[in-house]
Design a protein around this ligand. Structure first.
Ligand code: HEM
Ligand code: SF4
Ligand code: SF4
Length: 492
């Protein structure tokens, strides 16, 4: 529906950031008009919705809906990363730093309802106090703070303020920490998606403005409440079960999430390895690595270069994107054994050159089409036949563009490069860098002299075999017709 580039499922983290900033900006205005005393809070917020609906009221509604949206995209982001198995090895850090964000987001969200000090805020604050009192943490139960109106002092309200303003600052710090080990983290969604998401909040705010319940009254139990089920679902769940049940669920879920990254790995891939004799310190691998696993250190042989790449084994995803970036990975080098500056020990670039040479030298066909694909996108093996030579790489980002030229010079009639759909690369940046390299927008780029009519790119996910076949037949037609320049990327 959205197309690959704007697919919200591929921008859940950055949508989370967007909603966080919307909450922060709308919150600053709300804070400016909020009377932070126990007696004045309700009136100041309620009047905002009624007397200044066009600005304060709108911002209040947007603040609430953005909080709901943040919770939804965060949970979806967690589920997606979990389903994709993104919690082990080099991703352990991102996963473990994500878990506390769950707590921060819910605590900030729930605390926000208390500041209105209407019946919903009263219900939420008392339910939270009852939940905390379920464990013998405090000498005096928290629920004593809600015995009567006089007990709700300005000091208690200062605590509410602290929770609702202090925790978002911790959340911001946690978010910064969360993306520390990710290069070029996607922290802002594509503009069209950002505009659409923000506009949706405005439309919701206009259609169903958030209004306060009647003012809190500790002498009464609120009879009818419009619960925000996204943020406050935990309160009805507690009354339907018990505070012990909620504690159990919380501890169980946190324990499970924190344990997941330490479960044994099914397969451990050897990490990328640098060869000092073939590294000239150009920093391309450093720039392209999606997990900041490459650092530049002084070269042991200063006559060769000033710097050399070094791989941090704990961060390396064994994706090979650095191999595709390295200028030494060119197959045109005359060396018998192609040793490059940085390589994957289990899938060296020399093997790809050998296999390519063998496929193009085989006598059964003199003009094959060469397909370079990846192990995570659509399965290129489905295209294999006597006229098509197929190579599946760990990630398409491992393909140096010079291999495309090499294949064409060595007799291939055309080259099809495939990989995961835009934004869906298993290793985050492989598809993006490959496309940019082949389009000549990123080093190492495909030389301008290489005929574009013989090259096709197709970005297709696992299961999207039809898109692969379509791209192959388009390439075949283009090669047969050769009737002028055709677009390098075929939209599929
Ligand atoms: C407020 C909530 C959160 C926000 C705003 C957020 C944001 C982000 C962003 C922007 C990225 C980088 C995406 C990219 O550039 O590829 C990311 C990555 C990641 N996040 Fe979150 N995140 C949140 C919560 C969580 C939670 C709760 C978990 C799981 C416990 C989690 C797990 C991960 C993982 C595993 C990655 C790495 C993905 C990869 O390496 O491909 N995040 N997050
Ligand atoms: S294999 Fe991937 S993660 Fe490891 S150093 Fe190379 S680009 Fe970085
Ligand atoms: S891309 Fe190759 S030559 Fe350049 S720094 Fe990395 S390993 Fe060295």
């Amino acid at each position: 529906m959205f197309g690959a580039r704007l697919n919200p499922l591929r921008h859940l983290g950055s949508l989370g950031f967007l909603f966080f900033w919307i909450i922060a900006i709308s919150g600053i205005y709300l804070y400016a008009v909020l009377d932070t005393s126990a007696s004045g809070a309700y009136r100041s917020i309620d009047e905002l919705s009624r007397k200044q609906w066009y600005l304060g009221g709108l911002l209040r509604s947007i603040h609430r809906y953005a909080a709901d949206a943040l919770v939804l995209v965060m949970i979806a982001h967690l589920i997606r990363e979990w389903l994709l198995g993104h919690f082990r090895g080099f991703r352990r850090f991102s996963w473990l730093t994500g878990v506390p964000l769950l707590l921060f987001v819910f605590a900030c969200g729930i605390g926000g309802f208390w500041l209105n000090w209407d019946q919903l805020g009263q219900f939420s604050a008392m339910a939270t106090a009852e939940w905390v009192d379920g464990l013998p943490l405090f000498a005096s139960p928290l629920t004593r703070n809600f015995l009567n109106a006089a007990a709700v002092s300005d000091r208690l309200f200062s605590l509410f303020m602290f929770i609702h303003l202090g925790l978002p600052l911790l959340l911001l710090f946690g978010l910064w920490f969360h993306i520390q080990r990710i290069s070029l983290a996607d922290v802002f969604p594509p503009r069209a998606l950002a505009v659409a998401a923000t506009a949706t909040l405005f439309v919701l705010a206009a259609l169903k403005p958030v209004l306060s319940h009647p003012a809190a009254d500790l002498s009464q139990v609120p009879a009818t409440l419009a619960i925000d089920w996204i943020v406050l679902f935990v309160h009805p769940l507690m009354y339907a079960t018990s505070s012990g049940f909620i504690w159990g669920i919380l501890v169980g879920v946190l324990f499970f999430l924190l344990l997941l990254p330490f479960l044994p790995k099914t397969r451990v891939m050897p990490v990328a390895k640098v060869d000092p004799d073939n590294c000239n310190g150009c920093r391309r691998c450093f720039d392209d690595c999606p997990y900041a696993a490459v650092t530049m250190v002084p070269h042991p042989n200063r006559r060769l270069a000033r710097q050399m790449a070094q791989v941090d084994a704990d961060l390396c995803a064994s994706c090979g994107i650095c191999v595709g970036a390295c200028p030494s990975s060119t197959p045109f080098r005359s060396v018998v054994d192609l040793v490059t500056g940085i390589d994957l020990p289990h899938s060296p670039i020399s093997r790809l050159r050998q296999q390519l040479q063998a496929a193009l030298a085989s006598p059964d066909s003199d003009r094959k089409i060469v397909v370079f694909g990846c192990d995570h996108g659509a399965c290129v093996e489905t295209l294999r036949d006597h006229g098509v030579a197929v190579f599946s790489l760990v990630c398409t980002g491992m393909l140096p563009p010079s291999f495309v030229e090499y294949a064409l010079r060595d007799g291939a009639s055309g080259v099809l490069v495939s990989g995961c759909r835009a934004g869906g690369c298993e290793f985050r940046l492989g598809q993006q860098w490959t496309e940019a390299r082949l389009l000549g927008m990123r080093e190492p780029h495909l030389r301008a002299a290489v005929p574009r009519d013989c090259i096709q790119m197709v970005w297709a996910d696992a299961g999207d075999d039809a898109a692969l076949r379509l791209a192959l037949s388009t390439l075949r037609q283009r090669i047969a017709a050769f009737d002028g320049p055709a677009p390098l990327v075929e939209p599929v």
